[in-house]
Design a protein around this ligand. Structure first.
Ligand code: B12
Length: 263
């Protein structure tokens, strides 16, 4: 008699604990990176790009694109196989720790529990003129199919626009009795976003009595996830943030949780 069993169950999909990038075939490790070297665009620059790629663990590596950026710089795209592995057991992520609410639920929570409008002051600070991000969150037309915070009847939104200096932001926030201050930083050259935000948080802590500082929220595409403590802010939002996420967070932090906004 045969000892082969007839398998009736659908095979379970096993998630591997170690993965490599996928290019042409599973696990071939193929990746593509781009960078600029301060060298004129010639064969030596290509050799330098390949040396860098190998030092980053790419072997074999191929320069698939190089272009001069002026006389002294070259932009590269290098394609190759990385010899690094990803250990999924060592991956840590920051999960959202508040519930996503509809505009109706946000308005109802503010109306019934705060019993006044929740005041939000927003700005793009320093020399940064990239307002598209903060406008995506604040303007009524919104972003990614969601209406912006101006659409919420129980939110009073004051958008100060671009290149707002920190002292002005503090003055306007105090005058408006802001519950939350929303700041955008897109330019990260020479860590401008870090310097501007730490300057801003220090100014708010100096201008307000302890425990009365408005909720400080920053956003932009290049903030390090989980660095709230380092920057002295309550919350950081990154690329792809939608207005609904921000409205839900404000409700969670200022209306639903034990932290109550000042009146
Ligand atoms: C449009 C644009 C401009 C426009 C800005 C117009 C405007 N009114 O905003 C103009 C032409 C003025 C401009 C100028 C410059 N720019 Co520009 N610009 C861009 C570009 C192409 C798109 C940015 C954008 O609008 N993204 C779309 C929005 C929706 O995305 P977002 O900003 O990430 O916002 C989302 C999230 O991050 C988050 N978010 C953002 N802010 C906030 C705030 C809060 C409170 C919350 C909750 C969430 C949140 O929510 C948003 C929605 O999901 C980017 C390149 C790119 N593709 O990203 C370069 C880019 C940002 N610019 C750059 C540079 C260098 C400049 C200039 C210095 C160029 C120059 N030499 O003059 C100047 C600087 C001007 C200044 N003083 O700031 C660099 C920055 C590099 C760096 N490391 O800092 C980039 C990355 C281009 C590049 N690859 O080099 N720019």
């Amino acid at each position: 008699m045969s000892n082969r069993h007839h398998i009736t169950e659908t095979p379970r999909k096993v998630t591997p604990s170690i993965v490599r990038p996928y290019g042409d075939t599973t696990g071939d490790g193929m990746i593509q990176v781009s960078f600029t070297l301060p060298l004129p665009c010639d064969k030596r620059a290509e050799g330098a790009a390949l040396q860098l790629a190998r030092k980053m663990g790419m072997d074999p590596a191929l320069v698939v694109h190089s272009k001069a950026i002026g006389p002294d710089y070259t932009f590269f795209v290098v394609y190759g196989s990385t010899n690094h592995l990803v250990d999924l057991s060592q991956v840590t992520v920051v999960e959202r720790d508040y519930e996503l609410l509809t505009p109706y639920e946000v308005n109802a929570a503010i109306r019934t529990r705060l019993r006044r409008k929740l005041v939000v002051v927003g700005a793009c600070i320093g020399t940064d003129a990239h307002t598209v991000g903060i406008d995506a969150i604040l303007n009524i037309k919104g972003f990614a199919g969601e209406k912006g915070l101006e659409y919420y009847t129980e939110l009073e939104v004051i958008n100060l626009g671009a290149q707002v200096l920190v002292p002005e932001l503090v003055t306007r926030a105090r005058a408006a009795h802001a519950d939350a201050v929303l700041v955008s930083q897109v330019v990260t050259q020479r860590d401008a976003h870090i310097h501007n935000v730490t300057h801003m948080t220090a100014a708010f802590r100096e201008a307000y009595p302890a425990g009365k500082v408005p909720l400080l929220v920053v956003g932009g595409p290049r903030f390090e996830e989980g660095s709230e403590g380092k920057l002295g802010v309550d919350k950081i939002f990154g690329r792809g943030t939608t207005p609904g996420e921000v409205a839900s967070y404000l409700t969670h932090a200022l209306v639903s949780s034990s932290r109550r906004s000042h009146s």
